[in-house]
Design a protein around this ligand. Structure first.
Ligand code: FAD
Length: 496
C-alpha cells in the first residue's frame, strides 16, 4: 500500500531559483498551497514585486492531501450558518462558494489547463433517520434561495440511503495539476517563487514587516500568510479560534465508471468521489476526528480499512493521513488579521473546503491588495463580529486545545506504544526515543515548539505529531509541517 498521495505522483517538481539572503518586496506570500498560489496568480498589480516562499516544494502541504472536490454543497452547512448568523450570511457564503468554482473553471478554460477537471453532481446523504429533520431544514434554505436541487431515494452507488439531496454544477479536479499550472503562469507573469524557505518570525518595523526565514530576511510592505495554520500566535490568536480535525483518505483502482461526488451528513463523515486519468480511481475520506480524540492512528486505519471493505468491497492502493483547520463559527478566516495590521493578512479555517475557500482567498486577498471592493471580504474577515456560536466554540476550542495538551502531557507512554517508542526525561527535558528496525535510537525533544504540547508518535507516518495544532516532525526532529517553525532536535535546545 502506498502512503504518498495519488496527486503527488503525477507532478514534476517546479524548478525555481535560490532566494537571495536579503530581499525587499512589495507583497510577500508565505505558503504555496491552493490559497497562496491562487493569491499569487490573481494579483495583477503592475510594477510591484510579488514574491511567494514555501518551506517545501509548492503544493506539498494539505493541498496534496485533499479529496479534490470543488463543491458548494458542503454537507448541511447553510441552515447551520443561517442559525449561527442569519439568512443573508448563509446566502452570501453559498454565492461565494459557487463563484470560487466558476473562477477555477474560468482559469482552466482561459489557460487551457489540463487538470482532469470534470463537472459532476454532488450528493449529501444519510442512512440515519434522526438526521432527516436537518435535511429538511437544509432543503428549506435551498427553497428560499431558489437553488435547484433534487430529493433522492438513492445515490448512484449501492449504499443504504434514508435521505439524499442532489445538486449540480459542481466539479472534481486534480488539485496539483491545477496548482502547478497557476504557479508556472505566475512565474511567466514575472512574479517570483522561492522554495525550501521557511518563514520563522514576522516583526512590524514602521510601515513594513520584516520576515526572518531560515535563509535570511525579507522586508515587505504587506505579508499574506497562507501557511494553512498561521505559524505565529499573536496577533490573531488563531489557536483559540480554531481546532484541528484529521482524517484518512484512500484511493482504489476501480473498473467502475461513476461521475458524481458524495458526502454523508453524520459524523464521522464519509466523503467520496471518482477520478479518471489513465486509470479509474475511487477516492474515499473517512475516520475523521478532532485531533485530541484518538491518538492511535494505526487502530483507526485498521477500522477504516474494515469499513471500506464492508461498505464498498474495496482494498485501498493508496492511504494518506491529513488534517484541516476548522474555524469556530464555520466560516473561513480570510483578510487582514486585525484592524491594527491591515497589511498582514491570513487565509485559514477552511473547514475541509479549502479547494473553494482557498480559491476564494485568492479572489478576496488580491482585491484587497489592489484596493478593489470585494463583496465577500466582510463575510470572511478575521475581524468579523462576535456571535453566540463563536463565543460557545471559543470555549469548546479552548477546551479541545487544553484537553490535547493535558492528555498528551500526563499520559507518558500511550497504551498503543510498542517496544520501539519510549518517553523519558533527561535533565528535566521530556524526551521521545524511537528505535528503528536496525536498532538505532533516534532521540528528540517530546515538546512542540509552537505551544509546548507534548508529541505523540504516529506509527502510520513514523513521525512525532502535535495533537494540539497539527505540527509534524520526523524521527530525527526535523519539522515537516507547521505551525511549528523550529525543530525538536536535542542539541542544547538550539533553534534550527
Ligand atoms: C480529509 C480531508 C479531505 C479534504 N477534501 C477536500 C475537498 O475535497 N475539497 C475541498 O475543498 N477541501 C478539502 N479539504 C480541505 C483542503 O485540503 C485544505 O483546506 C486545503 O488544502 C488547505 O490549503 P492551504 O493552501 O491553506 O494549505 P496547504 O496546502 O497546506 O499550503 C500551505 C503551504 O504553506 C507552506 N508553509 C507552511 N508553513 C510555512 C512556513 N513557516 N514558511 C514557509 N512556508 C510554509 C507549506 O509547505 C504548504 O505548501 C479536505 C481536508 C481534509 C482533512
Amino acid at each position: 500500500m502506498k502512503k504518498e498521495t495519488l496527486w503527488q505522483e503525477a507532478i514534476e517538481p517546479l524548478i525555481t531559483e535560490d532566494i537571495p539572503k536579503h530581499l525587499e518586496v512589495d507583497t510577500l506570500i508565505i505558503g504555496g498551497g491552493i490559497a497562496g498560489i491562487s493569491t499569487l496568480y490573481e494579483l495583477k498589480k503592475k510594477n510591484e514585486t510579488i514574491v511567494l516562499i514555501d518551506q517545501d516544494q509548492i503544493g506539498m502541504g494539505s493541498t496534496a492531501r485533499t479529496t479534490g472536490k470543488l463543491c458548494y454543497m458542503q454537507e448541511l452547512c447553510y441552515h447551520k450558518l443561517e442559525k449561527i448568523f442569519n439568512f443573508d450570511t448563509a446566502r452570501l457564503y453559498l454565492e461565494a462558494s459557487i463563484d470560487a468554482i466558476k473562477q477555477v473553471k474560468h482559469h482552466i478554460l482561459t489557460n487551457q489547463i489540463s487538470c482532469d477537471y470534470e463537472e459532476v453532481d454532488a450528493y449529501v446523504f444519510t442512512n440515519d433517520e434522526t438526521e432527516i429533520p436537518e435535511f429538511e431544514k437544509e432543503e428549506a434554505f435551498y427553497e428560499k434561495v431558489n437553488l435547484s436541487y433534487q430529493r433522492e431515494e438513492q445515490i448512484p452507488l449501492d449504499t443504504p440511503v434514508k435521505y439524499a439531496l442532489k445538486t449540480s454544477n459542481q466539479a472534481v479536479f486534480h488539485p496539483l495539476k491545477y496548482l502547478s499550472a497557476l504557479a508556472k503562469l505566475s512565474l511567466e507573469q514575472g512574479k517570483k517563487i522561492y522554495q525550501n524557505v521557511r518563514a520563522q518570525t514576522i516583526t512590524k518595523i514602521g510601515e513594513h514587516y520584516q520576515v526572518t526565514t531560515d535563509k535570511g530576511t525579507i522586508l515587505a510592505k504587506r505579508v499574506i500568510v497562507c501557511t494553512h495554520y498561521p505559524f505565529f500566535i499573536h496577533p490573531g490568536f488563531i489557536p483559540f479560534r480554531t481546532h484541528i480535525e484529521n482524517s484518512f483518505i484512500t484511493t482504489t483502482n476501480t473498473n467502475e465508471n461513476y461521475h458524481f461526488q458524495a458526502i454523508t451528513s453524520n459524523k464521522p463523515t464519509d466523503s467520496f468521489r471518482f477520478h479518471y486519468d489513465d486509470k479509474n480511481y475511487f477516492l474515499y475520506a473517512g475516520e475523521s476526528s478532532k485531533n485530541s480524540n484518538h491518538f492511535d492512528y494505526e487502530k483507526r486505519l485498521e477500522e477504516l480499512q474494515q469499513k471500506l471493505y464492508l461498505d464498498f468491497k474495496v482494498t485501498p492502493d493508496y492511504i494518506w493521513y491529513t488534517h484541516d483547520v476548522m474555524s469556530n463559527d464555520s466560516l473561513p478566516l480570510i483578510g487582514p488579521i486585525n484592524h491594527k495590521n491591515p497589511n498582514l493578512m491570513i487565509a485559514t479555517g477552511f473547514n475541509k473546503w479549502g479547494m473553494t475557500n482557498g480559491v476564494l482567498a485568492g479572489m478576496i486577498l488580491s482585491d484587497l491588495i489592489e484596493g478593489k471592493e470585494n463583496k465577500y471580504a466582510k463575510l470572511v474577515s478575521p475581524s468579523r463580529k462576535i456571535n453566540m456560536e463563536k463565543i460557545k466554540n471559543f470555549f469548546i476550542d479552548g477546551y479541545t486545545s487544553t484537553k490535547s495538551i493535558i492528555k498528551a502531557k500526563f499520559i507518558k507512554d500511550q497504551p498503543f506504544y510498542q517496544d520501539n517508542v519510549k518517553i523519558t526525561y533527561e535533565d528535566g527535558i521530556r524526551i521521545g526515543i524511537y528505535k528503528d528496525e536496525q536498532g538505532n535510537l533516534h532521540k528528540v525533544k517530546n515538546v512542540c515548539p509552537h505551544m509546548k504540547c507534548n508529541l505523540i508518535f504516529n506509527y502510520i507516518d513514523n513521525t512525532w505529531d502535535c495533537p494540539c495544532h497539527g505540527s509534524k516532525f520526523d524521527i530525527d526532529g526535523n519539522v515537516l509541517k507547521g505551525p511549528s517553525v523550529y525543530s525538536i532536535k536535542l542539541k542544547k535546545n538550539k533553534k534550527e
